[in-house]
Ligand binder design. Structure first.
Ligand code: SF4
Length: 423
C-alpha cells in the first residue's frame, strides 16, 4: 500500500511556496503517494517550520508532540527555521531535521524515506486533492542580510539566492499551463531580488512581455524599494495587481532606528503618496507593537500614520524577543498587557479603515479571480485584494469575472456577476 504523507507549513509565503513546490515534485515522481492530513495517522509528516516568534516555535513543538501521540510509528521530518536552534533539536526527538540550506534536495531526501515506508503502510487510500489552481506562490528569492535588530531570519536564512529571470519566466508559463490565473512573487525580501545586473522591475517587465499571465502580484515589500519607476510600471500594466503589502513595522523614527530599518516616517509618507497615484490601488502592511523602549508617543506616531492613510489590512505582530538578535538585549521591554492594548487599538483602527475602503467600492466594477464556492456564493479576490462574494448559476471556478459591487454585508462585499473576463 502506498505510504501516506501529511504536511504542515508555518510562517512566510516563501515557506508556503517551498512546500507547494515540494508537494508538486513528490506527487509527480510518486503518483501513488497518498496525501494525508496532519490531524490523522500517516507514515510521514513533513513540518516546514518557522521560528520568527516564540509563538511560532511553540506551535511547532506542540505539533510534534501531538503527532507523536496520533501516530507513534510515524516518521516526523522537521524542516526550516525552527531547525537552526540546536537547543530545540536536542529537546525534540524526530526522524530528521532539515535546515533551510538543505531544502534544495529535500524532495529526493523524502523520496528515499518514502521508498523505505512503502512496505509498512496499511492505511486506507484517501482522495488526493492538491491545491486548487487559482493562485500560485512563486519563490523568486530567499535569504536576507538586512539584520533588522528584532529579526532571526538572517541567522536562519543567511544565503542570498535569486532564481534567474529566464527560470522565473519559464515557471510562470508552466503554472499558467497548469491553469493558474495568478502568480504571487514571494521570497524572504523580494525587494532585494537580483539577477546579475537586473532587479525586480526587470523581472516584472520580462514576465509581462514574455507571458500572458492574467494576474501578477507582489508579496511583502520594504517601503524603500518602491521607486517611481516601479510605480510607473504599475500605472501602465493592468496585469500587475494594484495591491502593495508594505513591511512598515513602525512609523516612529526613534523605534525604526532601534529596529535597524533604513527609513523614516517622512520616507513612508513619500512612498505612500507615490503608491496611491495608481488607480484602485490598496495598501496592506506589517506592524510590530511593543518593541523595547516603545513609548506611548512612539506608538501614537505609528497609530496616526496608519490613521492618516487608508490601509485595507494591517498584520499586527507583538514584539517577540528572539535569542541571538540585537533587540534581545535591548532595555525597556514593554509588558504583554501594554502590547495587547496597542495591538487591539491598531486592529480596531484597521477594521474601521477596511470598512471605509470597502464601502467606497459600492457601485464600482472589479475583476475578481474566483477561488471557490461557499454555500450559494462564489468567492474570490479582486486585483486590489478585496474579497468579494457573488451568486451565479454559471460555473465560475478559477475564472476572472467582472463584478459590480452591490453591497457590504457583515463586513463582506457582495457583487453582481456581469461577465467572464475575456483574454
Ligand atoms: S528584512 Fe529585516 S525583517 Fe525582513 S527578513 Fe530581513 S532581517 Fe528580517
Amino acid at each position: 500500500m502506498a505510504p501516506v504523507i501529511a504536511f504542515k507549513t508555518w510562517g512566510c509565503k516563501l515557506n508556503q511556496a517551498e512546500t507547494q513546490d515540494l508537494k508538486e515534485k513528490l506527487f509527480s515522481r510518486f503518483p501513488e503517494l497518498i496525501l494525508g492530513s496532519i490531524k490523522k495517522p500517516a507514515d510521514l509528516y513533513v513540518l516546514n517550520s518557522c521560528a520568527v516568534t516564540q509563538k511560532a516555535e511553540k506551535e511547532v513543538r506542540q505539533t510534534i508532540h501531538s503527532l507523536q501521540r496520533i501516530s507513534p510509528q510515524a516518521l516526523i521530518l522537521v524542516a526550516g527555521c525552527f531547525t537552526s536552534d540546536l537547543r530545540q533539536r536536542e529537546k525534540e526527538k524526530v526522524y530528521a531535521w532539515l535546515p533551510n540550506q538543505e531544502k534544495k534536495e529535500w524532495d529526493q531526501f523524502i523520496l528515499n524515506i518514502l521508498s523505505s515506508c512503502a512496505v509498512t503502510s496499511s492505511r486506507q487510500p484517501e482522495q488526493k486533492n492538491l491545491k486548487k489552481k487559482t493562485r500560485f506562490f512563486l519563490g523568486i528569492q530567499s535569504g536576507c542580510q538586512q539584520y533588522c535588530s528584532y529579526c532571526i531570519v538572517p541567522y536562519l536564512r543567511p544565503d542570498l539566492k535569486n532564481k534567474p529571470i529566464p527560470e522565473v519566466v519559464a515557471e510562470v508559463k508552466k503554472r499558467q499551463k497548469q491553469g493558474f490565473q495568478e502568480v504571487v512573487l514571494t521570497g524572504t525580501n523580494i525587494g532585494n531580488y537580483q539577477d546579475r545586473s537586473s532587479g525586480l522591475i526587470d523581472l516584472l517587465q520580462a514576465i509581462l512581455e514574455k507571458t500572458d499571465l492574467p494576474r501578477l502580484r507582489l508579496s511583502s515589500l520594504w517601503p524603500t524599494v518602491i521607486s517611481s519607476k516601479l510605480i510607473g510600471l504599475f500605472r501602465v500594466s493592468p496585469r500587475l495587481c494594484p495591491h502593495f503589502h508594505l513591511s512598515i513595522q513602525s512609523a516612529s523614527d526613534r523605534i525604526l532606528k532601534l529596529m535597524g530599518r533604513s527609513y523614516q516616517r517622512k520616507d513612508l509618507e513619500r512612498v505612500v503618496q507615490k503608491i496611491i497615484s495608481i488607480p484602485q490601488v490598496n495598501l496592506t502592511a506589517d506592524l510590530i507593537v511593543g518593541f523595547p523602549g516603545e513609548t506611548e508617543v512612539d506608538f501614537k506616531e505609528t497609530y496616526e500614520f496608519i490613521k492618516n492613510h487608508n490601509f485595507l489590512k494591517t498584520h499586527i505582530f507583538r514584539f517577540s524577543p528572539r535569542p541571538g538578535t540585537k533587540a534581545f538585549s535591548l532595555k525597556g521591554s514593554v509588558s504583554s498587557v501594554v502590547k495587547k492594548q496597542r495591538a487591539q487599538k491598531l486592529l480596531a483602527l484597521s477594521r474601521k479603515q477596511a470598512m471605509k475602503i470597502k464601502k467606497s467600492y459600492q457601485g464600482e466594477t472589479l475583476p475578481i479571480l474566483i477561488e471557490g464556492k461557499k454555500q450559494d456564493f462564489w468567492q474570490g479576490f479582486s486585483h486590489n485584494y478585496l474579497r468579494v462574494f457573488l451568486k451565479s448559476q454559471s460555473d465560475l471556478a478559477n475564472k476572472i469575472v467582472i463584478v459590480k459591487i452591490k453591497d457590504l454585508k457583515k463586513g463582506f462585499l457582495e457583487g453582481e456577476f456581469l461577465k467572464i473576463e475575456q483574454r
